[in-house]
Design a protein around this ligand. Structure first.
Ligand code: IPE
Ligand code: IPE
Ligand code: MG
Length: 231
């Protein structure tokens, strides 16, 4: 059995799911939020240590203002509906990305959810929000350079660099899933995905089910992970 502690998902295809139904793109995002709840609760039940979900990229600001505004209203929708349930399931909420650019209301809701769930010992539900892998690496370099100047750190190696990434407290990503049949990682966890298993599924995120997750995990368990060695 391959160890499976951390699954990271690029939740893609909300817009196309809506288009297929002649609905506005925002309705796809609305449905997508319900999926986040369903998959998070299920992944926690499976005993997963960490589930990272790509919710908004540093490039998603390029979308029409109305869509961006709608996306920024979703943390409120999500946490006002489901925070209680997350608490009851012992799930801890964390986030990676730059919160500074997030509108104040959404930012507050997020920090509140992170704080309230900080003592929970179940699965970590980690949202990548205003997150970009390149942005993360550059920030890590800047912070390291400052610490070096200040004499706080000396030699840079992988072990040290890891601590400068936003994922420093999280386990390695074992499995990366992208929905909606796009075969790319866009700007997701560029550093962390070394040696992660990748899965690209056709299902649009709003249609992605617990059974689909089961299938991904079953396929993951069939994979032979070498990490560069001969096994
Ligand atoms: C993913 O769905 C959600 C976000 C990027 C916020 P999309 O909105 O990218 O859906 P498609 O790719 O246009 O179908
Ligand atoms: C990736 O999806 C980002 C999120 C799921 C938040 P996009 O739909 O933004 O990615 P591209 O533009 O198709 O690569
Ligand atoms: Mg997309």
């Amino acid at each position: 059995m391959n160890t499976l502690e951390h699954i990271a998902i690029i939740m893609d295809g909300n817009g196309r799911w809506a288009k297929q139904r002649n609905l506005p793109r925002t309705m796809g995002h609305k449905k997508g939020v319900e999926k986040v709840r369903e998959i998070a609760i299920y992944a926690n039940e499976l005993g997963l240590k960490c589930l990272t979900l790509y919710a908004f990229s540093t490039e998603n600001w390029k979308r029409p203002e109305q869509e961006v505004n709608y996306l920024m209203s979703l943390p409120k929708v999500f946490f006002s509906s489901y925070l209680k349930e997350l608490m009851a399931n012992n799930i801890r909420v964390t986030m990676i990305g730059d919160l500074k650019r997030i509108p104040e209301e959404a930012r507050k809701i997020f920090t509140d959810a992170i704080e309230k769930t900080s003592g929970n010992t179940g699965m970590i539900l980690n949202f990548a929000l205003n997150y970009g892998g390149r942005d993360e690496i550059i920030r890590a370099c800047q912070k390291y350079a400052q610490d070096y100047k200040d004499g706080i750190t000396s030699n840079l190696d992988e072990e040290t660099f890891k601590n400068y990434l936003m994922t420093s407290d999280l386990p390695e990503v074992d499995l990366m899933i992208r929905t909606s049949n796009e075969i790319r990682i866009s700007n997701f966890l560029l550093y962390q995905l070394a040696y992660s298993e990748m899965m690209f599924v056709e299902t649009f995120w709003p249609d992605f089910s617990c059974q689909d997750l089961d299938k991904c995990i079953a396929e993951y368990q069939m994979r032979k992970r070498n990490f560069g060695a001969v096994k």
